[in-house]
Ligand binder design. Structure first.
Ligand code: GLN
Length: 319
């Protein structure tokens, strides 16, 4: 794909676009600049999420929101899923730096079960929520496309960089948003894909099954190659089976740290929209929803949230 014909200057637009998947697109410097601008705007968008969530909480004045200590007394006796003292968390561990298989050295005091030694921001966040709610946390690593169906049966909540969407909201409740995101495009360093038309000309665009990246790729008419995990999609990019991978911006950046022959093109180059992550959970437990939102808010108010963000996201190093 990479070495396709470029000399068809007079070709029809469609043919130019086929060649563009591997060979056109010249503006690497401006794409790098756009990438760093994207990061900055993601950071400030994050701040605005936090402050609007803070304003909402202040307005709603729940009886538990006023406590910012880790001893927040939240009564879980009326919670269908948490009254047993255990919060089972579904995630897919191929989404660094939010969740990935670590070397086992990160320890989390509320986590009592974590077979694959999954670590990352979401793991630290649910550990902190568990501590504040006084429940044990069990991590259940599974395929992303099975997570929503697992809620209420195999797992109590999902914390896996899951984007809040209207479609998902028909099936599950989401916590208040905790992170602003956007889809982006991973390609090899020597790829000249730069525009949406280039992407449309690619013969195989990797996605993870069931993700918003897959939806965005389908909506744009891309030649989607969906697989069970982002690790697999990236391996398929490395071995030339995929020309590109549609993935969330921050995990995409994390993969470029692990695979130095890859670069990330920001979603703004392709008109991808902003998304927000939330913790997903079954609809039939308002007590759990309120408890998790209170714990999340308290973490934001007392600086714990930002500290975890710094530790796990802003200072992520590939292992
Ligand atoms: N944010 C994307 C989604 O919700 C991807 C999440 C993931 O793969 N863990 O679909």
């Amino acid at each position: 794909m990479k070495n396709k014909v470029i000399a068809i200057v007079l070709a029809a637009a469609a043919a130019v676009s086929v060649a563009a998947c591997g060979t056109s697109g010249t503006d690497t410097a401006s794409s790098a600049a756009a990438s760093s601008a994207e990061t900055t705007s993601a950071a400030s968008a994050e701040e605005s999420t936090v402050s609007s969530a803070a304003a909402e909480s202040a307005a709603s004045e729940t009886s538990t929101a006023e406590s910012t200590s880790s001893e927040a007394a939240i009564d879980l006796s009326g919670s269908k899923y948490l009254s047993d003292g255990v919060m089972t968390v579904a995630l897919n561990s191929t989404f660094p730096p939010f969740e990935y298989v670590g070397d086992g050295t990160d320890t989390f005091d509320a986590i009592t079960s974590n077979e694959n030694n999954v670590t990352g921001f979401d793991v630290a966040m649910v550990n902190e929520i568990g501590k504040r709610l006084g429940v044990d946390v069990e991590i259940d690593d599974m395929d992303f496309d099975g997570i929503i169906a697992a809620l209420g049966t195999k797992a109590d909540v999902a914390a896996t960089g899951m984007t809040i969407t209207d479609e998902r909201k028909e099936a599950v409740n989401f916590s208040d948003p905790y992170y602003d995101a956007t889809q982006a495009v991973l390609v090899k360093n020597d790829s000249t894909v730069a525009t949406l038309d280039d992407l449309k000309a690619c013969t195989s665009v990797g996605c993870q099954l069931g993700t918003t990246g897959e939806t965005v790729a389908n909506d744009n008419g891309l030649a989607v190659n969906s697989v069970k995990s982002f690790n697999q999609a990236v391996v398929d990019l490395e071995n030339g089976k995929n020309d590109a991978v549609v993935i969330d911006q921050i995990p995409g950046e994390a993969f470029t740290k692990q695979y130095t022959d890859l670069k990330l093109l920001p979603g703004s180059d392709f008109n991808f929209e902003t998304e927000q992550y939330g913790i997903a959970m079954p609809k039939d437990d308002e007590v759990m929803l309120n408890a998790i939102n209170s714990a999340l808010q308290a973490m934001k108010d007392d600086g714990t949230y930002d500290q975890l963000l710094d530790q796990y996201v802003n200072n992520y190093e590939a292992e």
